[in-house]
Design a protein around this ligand. Structure first.
Ligand SMILES: [Zn+2]
Length: 253
């Protein structure tokens, strides 16, 4: 990385993670065949300090070959969620070739994650978030950076927006359902959708959710969802909603 302070911070943060303690599938040929914790730490360190195309490509090969994703099998590991802020930092402060490699890894990770409907990760906001939605949340955190990265950055943000997240701040009875007021991140699609409700460590699927009013253009994230067949106390904050299509439930979210 060009900024030595940023390099040091990323290297320290990478070293502070117990990569071997993260879950990840082993392949047929032994524990390092699919998810390889050693490749994550080595690859991220190499990417952060890469100063040219060859080194960035070598680091990218480690991370794409069992570190964060396994590109041959199209598998993404929970390590990719932990590493996402580091990859964004490399894209922000690192050598341009390293930054391009980092964004390519994030792109692969989100694409693989969007097809993975079983892997969930613990986050500060919910205990078992679909891996795609957890990755998308990190990408939104780097929206200012991605918006400056041309078509590739814009596409990554658009892909992330499909993994919307709604933080319920207030739920009030309305007819046979509930009007939930809160903060919407990403883009809630048109029409009636199924959503996963995460509350008090439990996950439930709500079949009928519509966007009652969207956030103001260029305003804050405040929005309102209308949910049928549920009581206000079932949505009392802290409660979060994610698209049901990201989990093993209904496919119409
Ligand atoms: Zn998702």
């Amino acid at each position: 990385m060009r900024g030595t302070r940023e390099v040091r911070e990323v290297l320290e943060a990478v070293d502070a993670v117990d990569w071997g303690g993260l879950p990840g599938p082993a392949g047929l040929n032994g524990p390092d065949d699919l998810y390889s914790p050693a490749r994550v730490a080595t690859g991220l360190r190499a990417l952060a300090t890469a100063t040219g195309l060859v080194r960035a490509a070598d680091a990218g090969a480690l991370l794409a070959g069992g570190g964060l994703v396994h590109d041959h099998s199209g598998t993404v590991f929970p390590a990719a969620v932990v590493a996402a802020p580091f990859l964004l930092a490399v894209a922000r402060h690192g050598h341009p070739e390293a930054g391009a490699t980092a964004l390519g890894l994030l792109d692969d990770a989100l694409a693989f994650a969007a097809r993975d409907r079983s892997t969930r990760v613990a986050t500060p906001y919910a205990e078992a978030v679909p891996i795609c939605c957890a990755l998308a949340d990190h990408l939104r955190g780097g929206a200012d950076l991605l918006a400056t990265r041309g078509r590739e950055g814009g596409q990554l943000l658009a892909d992330a927006a499909e993994h919307w997240r709604f933080d319920v701040q207030e739920a009030v009875a309305e007819g046979a359902g509930v009007a939930a007021f809160g903060a919407l991140a990403g883009r809630f699609p048109y029409g009636v959708r199924a959503a996963e409700l995460h509350r008090a460590g439990r996950v439930a699927v709500l079949e009928r959710v519509v966007l009652h009013y969207p956030p103001e253009p260029d305003g804050g994230p405040d929005a309102c969802l209308r949910l049928d067949g549920v009581r206000p106390d079932e949505l009392a904050p802290p409660a979060l909603l994610f698209p049901a299509r990201c989990g093993p439930g209904p496919t119409d979210g």
